[in-house]
Design a protein around this ligand. Structure first.
Ligand SMILES: [Fe+2]
Ligand SMILES: [Fe+2]
Length: 260
């Protein structure tokens, strides 16, 4: 005779685990229902959005969340770039290492700031086209040289420049395969960028875009507070509330699970 069946010891299926997680998240939220935008589901391979009426019917005594998500770090009423660094950027190490590298290389403050901000699209928002997203977020607050450089590093990263000793990244061969070819729009972006007056600023992001993370390297956002202060026009109303073309991006990052 085999061992007795024990229903309770059976491991949960993936969807049971997802339900449990959903349930726990709801619980932590207390009286509010947080909703996921379509993008979050698309990232899981499902073109789906939450059904508002059904969610409301299942939680008749609750309202949808329309403000801060209590599961996320609290943001101040007038958030600064530093507040986003500390509370909404998932990883700072790469950004700080790149900026530290640029600072040690004696580059201008614009280059150092560009390195510090070059991957905030990835750190905060979305990986795909991160250079474009990141540039759009910072465009109203930095010199156009900085936002141009952040946008364009998206393309320049894939093309070597022997004049500054920049090679196609070894890591990309590992990550994307030896036969990976950038999309035609990336090739065209690179070709447009080559003769641009800010080409070298963006190229310097690539040169300082280091992936050999040293876990013991002492990198600290405090080292860049002055450079941010001099080169990032912090709005007095707080990022998100200053009515620029990218204010909504900062607000969405601050309150990503609002129903509307
Ligand atoms: Fe990048
Ligand atoms: Fe990077």
């Amino acid at each position: 005779m085999g061992p007795p069946m024990n229903e309770h010891a059976k491991p949960l299926t993936l969807s049971e685990r997802a339900d449990e997680l959903e349930e726990r998240m709801m619980h932590e939220l207390g009286e509010r229902i947080a909703t996921k935008s379509t993008l979050f589901n698309i990232a899981d391979g499902k073109v789906e959005m939450p059904n508002g009426p059904a969610l409301k019917a299942a939680n008749p005594d609750k309202y949808f969340l329309m403000g801060a998500d209590p599961r996320l770090p609290k943001m101040p009423a007038k958030p600064t770039l530093i507040d986003f660094f500390n509370n909404r950027f998932a990883s700072l190490n790469h950004l700080l290492q790149s900026a530290t590298h640029a600072l040690k290389g004696g580059h201008s403050e614009k280059v150092v700031l560009a390195c510090l901000l070059h991957d905030i699209g990835v750190a905060s928002f979305i990986r795909a086209d991160h250079g474009y997203w990141g540039a759009q977020m910072i465009e109203p607050y930095v010199d156009e040289e900085v936002s141009w450089a952040v946008r364009t590093h998206q393309a320049l990263r894939f093309f070597p420049d022997p004049s500054v000793g920049y090679e196609y990244p070894e890591m990309y061969i590992k990550y994307f395969g030896a036969d990976y070819k950038p999309e035609p729009y990336i090739v065209r972006e690179y070709e447009r960028a080559r003769n641009h007056k800010y080409y070298m600023t963006s190229r310097l992001i690539c040169v300082n875009d280091i992936y050999s993370f040293d876990p013991d390297a002492k990198v600290n956002l405090d080292d860049f507070v002055d450079i941010i202060g001099r080169n990032f026009k912090q709005p007095k109303e707080g990022l998100g509330f200053d009515n620029t073309p990218s204010s909504h991006m900062w607000r969405t990052l601050m309150w990503p699970t609002r129903f509307l």
